[in-house]
Every structure is written in C-alpha cells, then in structure tokens.
Design a protein around this ligand. Sequence first.
Ligand SMILES: *Cc1c(COP(=O)(O)O)cnc(C)c1O
Length: 371
Amino acid sequence: MRSPETIRLSGVHVSEESERLVLAVLRSGHIAQGPMVERLEGGFAALCGTRHAVAVTNGTIALVAALQALGVGPGDEVVTSPFTFVATLNAILECGATARFADIDPATFVVDPAAVADAITPRTRVVMPVHLYGQAPDMRGIAALASEHGVAIVEDAAQAHGAFAAGEPVGSFGVGCFSLYATKNVTSGEGGMLTTNDDVVADTLRVLRNEGMRDRYQYERAGHNYRLTDVQAAIAIPQLATLATCNELRRSNAARLDAGLSDVPGLRTPAVVPGNTHVFHQYTVRVTDDAHLDRDTLARRLAQRGIETGVYYPRVVHDYDCYRTHPQVVVTSTRGAEAAAREVLSLPVHPGLSADDVDRVIEAVRSELAV
Ligand SMILES: *Cc1c(COP(=O)(O)O)cnc(C)c1O
C-alpha cells in the first residue's frame, strides 16, 4: 500500500491571474514601486475600510514605520503581547522604545485588556496587540483603554488579513500592520502593508518610505527605503479578490476540526473572542497535562503519520538571553503566555485541504491521544 501524501501545515498557491499580472509588470519596463503597488494599496484600504493603505518592504518594517510615524522613540514604552513572533519585539527595539508585556488569555491566545491596563505606565505611547493565529483581542476594550490613557493603537495584524473585531475590520482601529510573507493569508513572497484613517500618519509613512523625500531630492526628514516592488504587488493583488472565500474555507476547516476534536481528553480546541471573526491563519490546540502524551511527542507521532504540525511559539518572546538582559525589555511574569508556549500545537487548516485531509488529521490526533 502506498503511504498517503503528507498533509502540509501551509499551502502556497499562486493563481494564473497572479502569473499573468507578474508577466505584465515584467514586460512593462516598470518593475519597482509603481501602479501595481498603488492598486494593492487600494485593495487593502477597501479590505480594512480605511482612508489610506501604504505598502512597505515587509511586515516587520510595517511595524517599525508605524511606530516611527507616531513619533515613538527612546524613553517611550510600547505594551504588547509576550506570545508573538519576534518581529513584534524587534520593531519596538529598532525604534529605540521599551517593550512591556501584557499577558494573554490562554484560551484565545491574544492579550487580555485587563492585563494591558495593568501594563500601561505614564511612559506608554502605544498599545500593540497581536492578532495571533488570525484573531484580534477584544478591540473595543483595547480602544477604550487607549483613549482613556491617550495612547495610540498599532495592530500587529500580520496573521489576520480579513478578520473582524466587534464587526469592524482589523487594521481599522489605529495603524494596522500586515505581513505579505509567503505563508501569510495574503502573500507576495515578502511584503508589508499599513492601514490608517489618519491623514498625517499616512503622509508621514509615504515620506519615510521614500528616504524622507516628498518630491525628488526634496528631503523633509531622515527616512529610509521601505518600498515594495510592482512585481511583488502583482502576486498579491488577485488574492484580495479570493481572500473572503479562502478565509471562509479556513473557518469551515476549523469548524470540522472543532467538531472532531472537542471531546478528546487532554486536548483543548481554540476559542474565539466573543463578537470576533477568526480567519484561522493557524488552528492551534493545547495539549494539556491531562493528555498521556506531551505536545512534542504528539507532534512527532503526527509527523510519522504524514501530518505536519507547528509550534508557534515554543517560548514567550522575551525568554531568550539576548532579550532577558536587554535594557529596552521589561521582563514581567506572564503565566498565561508561558503555559501556552508549553502546550500549543498548530494543525493543518489551510484552504487547500480537502474534507478528507481534515478527517485524516482528526483521526490521527484522536488515535494518538486515545486512552
Ligand atoms: C509574520 C509576522 C510578522 C513579520 O512579518 P514579516 O513580513 O515576516 O516581516 C510580524 N508579526 C507577526 C505576528 C507575524 O506573524
């Protein structure tokens, strides 16, 4: 018997429409930032319902540029999640600001507004929630805190293209930062996007992105080259038209996984924040102490059965030597995030999976955890 094909954790599919657009760019003689980037920006502004969208080189740069445009620098504090990809923390440090952490709710993996409130100090300039795995935290709660304390919101929406919080699109609560990296829900290989309703912030971002120039050789401020290319934009543009369908497929795969796995002892399926729409960039379960296998053993056994899984993330972001003693990192105890880091396992949920694939994942997990 032929062993079944490996079920991958992510599936990158580039459509014929993307191929056609990329070829058009290559043949146009205009391959740097130009009309395709502008089209992609228009698409993101429509997706997020914002007045502006500004494309940049990658998602990390989007976070850096957002903080720079808000004037964040040395002495300022940014409150964020300890349970995130390192780019979130690196962006804060790059700006010279200090990072302070608010614990997550271990059922939803996103920051708890009460913990954010506790982490706010007189130096706080920005609250930076991370929409981990495809869902935002309680953004009404975060927005209320931000306005109470007079701080800005920068959303790390790198994993949440097309998600909603309390009926509003993510990326519309402050400055939205998206990644277009290869495995993200919208991709251009590498790329980033900012969204905002603030005319001044948008204008500053455009000047910053272009070496601080408004017009050629009219330098207004110290800037950088944060530009995206038309070649990359052309890859991503057609994906905006299919994003809602792809996210719906992710949600229905997640619902099938929920139904198949919710009664397994030692396993906790992911919770959705009330009122939010989760886009399941990842479908992440927790393997608890009640399971007779630990998380890493389960991952190995699933790999032997041809099922790829991922651990996002094995440690809280500041739990590394290079950050523990970093002068711009305030290390606090965040028990929810620490517990999650020990227990999380992401299972395949991407839109390229068939119902049979999802059932194979369910069967494999069930039989490995059966008592
Ligand atoms: C991917 C990612 C980023 C960084 O995006 P890049 O495009 O890879 O620079 C930032 N934050 C989170 C949560 C991410 O998943």
